[in-house]
Design a protein around this ligand. Structure first.
Ligand SMILES: [Zn+2]
Length: 614
């Protein structure tokens, strides 16, 4: 018997003996291949729209929400919720991701975890945060990657905040930006920029967001954007509030823990980062760099006013879309990793920040209403830019900055990032808002501010402001006519009708209250134009009536003649205008409007007075 025949015989012999086993193996193989098929189909199904497009496209609202629903149906850790409807009727959805599938702030806090809010597409043309986080969550729940990121932190993820702007999609929405192929529009359907609306809350989107924020009070907040501005090497820049507008403990944590660790990890991962600076002269890096606090009307500034740390992530517009999404992915992973590692510290610091705002000492300190840059104090830093030349444009006569992104250059530049308080006040014990300024009362409610309604007519002495030299911007800003004005402090008796509200300042939102209600605060409701009607003079004297009355007033009060002459000397325009001169007399007559140019909101300085009302 030759060898092959022998082997064949032996094989069939063994095979027949082990037939049952072969059948089992065949069966197992079939099951295995079915599993493999299903797994590969599963892997295929979980590819995001962005990945399927070879990293060139970003999904529509409907496609994004389908994917969110897929994730939620795949894993009990993910739950889909809605903040509310947009002006065009779309749901502003949010994913709640928790290792035990918990879905409420109370349950998550009871489990001892911190909460991180990740927000994308407040500017829908800047969609990296959406595509990066969808992939990250998929990797977490289908591939068990980055599992530890849910150890001590639960995640809230808003894939598209500005849902209506997101659907105004097109290839020509961001001229400065390198992909994706089509993208959403910057503003909402009412042409308002949600990232200027955190304080005034004009948009339904922001009103829903504020309700969510104050219900959940995330321990850390990431808001993900794409830059405009100059060309440089960094794929990602970032902003954290370390200038004095955030609680001091949280500021130190950002400076000493978050910033250095995040920067180092990002550099190690191949995504070197730099603070989101501006150049002292537009487009010219060598003019020096500027950095400073963000106003509370924008995301990370609002978080600071609400005693919470945040990071603004800005991917660089000229890097390709994949680099920007990968960079965002990395930034989210590193941030979540630090938040998890620091969960206990962060929780304690947030509690301390809230306690310090409530404490009586907070009302003895200066409350800063605006900041001023200190342009005399700078530090030298290394900035990874690109070589550039400045050409005189033969088209416009202006400077044309031509960056050469094949020639990286390390510039040594002065960074001006010191600020000092501009306007400051001491907080009163409470503010009192007349019932008729209902719009103002309603806006305050969105910010989770505690207030008490007075049930009967109340007369009391208050401090307030009288305005002078108001200056109205003639073009609208965010649909509003803003006013800058000067003010003097006045004290007077006022009567407040039932339904008026008292807003005590011994609450965790004290900074937000002051920034909304102190008229001199940058971004106050007064500055946004909520009180424009008080600047209008509604009663007046006919000249022929006032010519007579003015004479009677002069005869009755000799001092008035002196003041009148002084006013004429001071202001030649006044002296040349009959109406102005007669109106000057009218304003000093008993007929003048006692509410004209006065702030309707009163400040109750003494705790006892406020307490007596309750
Ligand atoms: Zn943006």
């Amino acid at each position: 018997m030759n060898k092959p025949a022998y082997f064949f015989k032996s094989f069939t012999f063994v095979a027949s003996k082990l037939k049952i086993h072969f059948n089992m193996i065949r069966y197992s193989l079939a099951v295995l291949s079915l599993i493999l098929m299903l797994t590969s189909a599963k892997a295929q199904d979980y590819k995001t729209f962005y990945e399927k497009s070879e990293f060139k496209k970003t999904p529509s609202y409907a496609e994004t929400m389908d994917y969110c629903r897929l994730l939620a149906s795949t894993s009990p850790k993910i739950h889909l919720s809605s903040l509310g409807k947009s002006p065009q009727g779309r749901d502003i959805n949010m994913l709640i991701i928790d290792r035990d599938g918990l879905q409420t702030p109370e349950a998550i806090r009871a489990a001892g975890r911190v909460i991180t809010l990740i927000q994308a597409c407040i500017h829908p043309g800047e969609s990296e945060g959406k595509d990066a986080t969808l992939m990250l969550l998929r990797d977490m729940v289908t591939q068990n990657k980055h599992k530890n990121l849910l150890d001590k932190s639960s995640i809230l993820f808003i894939p598209i905040f500005n849902v209506d702007g997101h659907e105004r999609s097109g290839a020509y929405n961001r001229i400065n930006q390198n992909g994706p192929e089509e993208m959403g529009w910057r503003t909402n359907a009412l042409n308002l920029n949600l990232n200027r609306d955190y304080m005034k809350a004009d948009t339904p989107e922001m009103q829903h967001w504020l309700a969510m924020f104050h219900a959940w009070l995330p321990d850390f907040f990431m808001d993900i954007h794409t830059t405009d501005g100059a060309d440089y090497q960094y794929p990602i820049t970032y902003a954290v509030e370390t200038f004095g507008n955030l609680d001091s403990g949280l500021t130190r944590w950002l400076k000493n823990i978050y910033e250095p660790r995040m920067s180092q990890k990002m550099a190690e991962a191949g995504f070197p980062v730099f603070p989101y600076v501006q150049f002292r002269q537009w487009h010219d890096p060598q003019s020096g760099l500027r950095n400073g606090p963000s106003p509370a009307m924008i995301s990370q500034g609002y978080a600071a006013a609400a005693n919470r740390a945040a990071v603004l992530v800005e991917t660089h517009m000229l890097k390709d879309y994949k680099t920007r999404v990968d960079g965002s992915y990395q930034m989210i992973v590193e941030t979540l990793s630090i938040v998890n590692h620091q969960a206990e510290t962060l929780k304690t610091l947030n509690q301390m920040a809230d306690k310090s705002t409530v404490a009586p000492d907070f009302r003895k300190q200066d409350m800063v209403l605006s900041w001023e840059a200190d342009m005399h104090d700078s530090t030298m830093v290394t900035f990874a830019g690109f070589d550039y030349e400045v050409r005189k444009s033969d088209l416009t006569g202006g400077n044309w900055y031509i960056y050469n992104n094949t020639k990286p250059v390390e510039f040594t530049l002065p960074l001006f990032d010191k600020v000092k308080p501009g306007k400051v006040i001491k907080l009163p014990a409470a503010y009192i808002i007349p019932v008729e300024w209902a719009e103002v009362i309603d806006r305050l409610k969105f910010h989770g501010i505690n207030m008490k309604t007075i049930n009967e007519e109340t007369r009391l002495e208050i401090k307030s402001y009288r305005f002078y030299n108001p200056d109205f911007r003639c073009t609208p800003n965010e649909g509003r006519h803003m006013v800058n004005t000067q003010a003097e402090v006045i004290t007077e008796q006022r009567t407040y009708a039932p339904g008026s509200v008292l807003v005590p300042t011994n609450q965790r939102n004290a900074k937000i209250i002051a920034l909304l209600l102190e008229p001199m605060a940058s971004g106050s409701l007064l500055e946004w134009g909520f009180f424009n009607a008080i600047f209008e003079q509604k009663e007046y004297a006919e000249t022929y009536v006032m010519e007579r009355v003015a004479r009677e007033m002069l005869a009755a009060d000799p001092k008035l003649a002196k003041a009148f002459e002084a006013e004429k000397l001071k202001n030649p325009d006044f002296a040349a205008n009959q109406w102005n001169m007669l109106n000057w007399f009218y304003m000093q007559s008993p007929y003048h409007d006692r509410k004209f140019l006065k702030y309707p909101i009163g400040l109750i300085e003494k705790e006892e007075v406020y307490r007596r009302l309750f």
